[in-house]
Design a protein around this ligand. Structure first.
Ligand SMILES: *Cc1c(COP(=O)(O)O)cnc(C)c1O
Length: 378
């Protein structure tokens, strides 16, 4: 018998979140770019080795900044996986781009690099790979293709903190990258995100966009003697209270990641026997790492997935499916070029994500695993 309700996600407070928020409030400055924002920036730049980062109020905002920085114009084409969150596409649609959807691969929801070249036209401006579940896309062929066709690569690294491709941090490979600290991600601040600027030609302009089109950041560094409106921009920077929360999480990133990977491996071991029946478990290619973001199964049919979810919900366990492919969405279906994207459709119908959060106990997990095994083998 299950003793308790097991949600899909539960935001984890790692210790000092409330203390740091109080500290930020008492410091007398809680607008953006304050002491906690600088601590977070330093952590990513000095300790993790990112060249240049800017906290944002969401990953969506970071993607919008990327679209502005690479100067997307009406009619430009941007290649985006069909199986992703709306913001991956919306950030570019806001600037007038036409989205060309790429299918996932058979092995994982990540876009299939082998199918990309056929999607490139003289209007193509950028490719936006999404590292689904924090598992790297095969970046070498994507970067090579981009170089050959003079395209920008913007990594949607929303789920990809502390994950690697051939030893390189995800989010450090494309020209620009966007991270999320939404409460469903590994490291959280409620809402929150970050732009990583890997091609430093964008660094100065990124700061200007971030500060409403002003050179305020240069002013505070003493590089100019007054600050003025120098470019377009918006207010992309979060309050320092958000950064204070985030800083408490970053202090504990090692512990958080260890626990999440433990949970991932327990699911993997217990559920591996299902592979023999044709239920797909996550695949981590040898060029990639697992960052314990998510654990998903790919059921054999939509009916099977629906029945599995129902069975678990009846026991107070709450798994959830994921994206409805964007090429088939009410907003974009009529604008899509009509190509059939069978793998994306398959994940839309058959992928299910299991409860996954720091405080999920081993006993909770045994209960979930047994329910799933009984569903398939009982
Ligand atoms: C969560 C997520 C986003 C959006 O992140 P926000 O911080 O909520 O804007 C974008 N893309 C992917 C792949 C995501 O998982």
């Amino acid at each position: 018998m299950n003793p308790a309700y097991i949600p899909f996600n539960k935001p984890y407070l790692s210790g000092n979140e409330l203390r740091y928020i109080e500290e930020a409030v008492r410091s007398g400055k809680i607008s953006g770019d304050g002491i906690f924002t600088k601590r977070c920036h330093n952590f990513f730049e000095q300790e993790l080795g990112f060249k240049k980062v800017l906290l944002t109020t969401s990953c969506t905002d970071a993607l919008e900044m990327a679209a502005l920085l690479i100067d997307i114009q009406p009619g430009d084409e941007v290649i985006v996986p069909a199986y992703t969150f709306v913001s991956t596409a919306n950030a570019f649609v806001l600037r007038g781009a036409t989205i060309v959807f790429a299918d996932s691969s058979a092995l994982s929801p990540n876009l299939d690099p082998d199918q990309l070249e056929a999607l490139i036209t003289p209007r193509t401006k950028a490719i936006v790979p999404v590292h689904y579940a924090g598992v790297a896309c095969n970046m070498d062929p994507i970067m090579a293709l981009a170089r050959r066709h003079n395209l920008f690569v913007v990594e949607d690294a929303a789920q990809a903190i502390d994950s690697y491709y051939k030893g390189r941090k995800l989010g450090s490979i494309g020209h620009l990258a966007a991270f999320s600290f939404h409460e469903t991600k590994n490291i959280i601040s409620g809402e929150g995100g970050m732009l990583a600027v890997n091609d430093l030609q964008f660094a100065e302009r990124a700061e200007i966009l971030w500060e409403k089109g002003t050179n305020r950041s240069s002013f505070f560094r003493g590089e100019v003697d007054k600050y003025s409106w120098v470019d377009y921009g918006s207010s992309f920077l979060p309050s320092d209270m958000i950064a204070a929360f985030l800083w408490a999480q970053l202090e504990n990133i090692g512990d958080i990641q260890q626990r999440r990977k433990h949970i991932w491996h327990r699911y993997y071991e217990a559920l591996s026997p299902l592979q023999a029946m044709g239920v797909q478990l996550p695949v981590i290619p040898d060029y990639a790492t697992n960052n314990g973001h998510m654990f998903h199964l790919v059921c054999r049919s939509l009916a099977e997935r629906t029945a599995l979810i129902e069975r678990l919900k009846a026991e107070n366990v709450h798994p959830v499916f994921h994206y409805l492919s964007l090429h088939a969405s009410p907003f974009y279906a009529a604008k899509h070029d009509g190509r059939v994207l069978p793998h994306a459709d398959h994940y839309s119908d058959c992928l299910v994500r299991l409860p996954f959060y720091y405080e999920l106990t081993d006993a909770n997990q045994e209960f979930i695993n047994q329910l799933i095994l009984d569903f398939y083998q009982g």
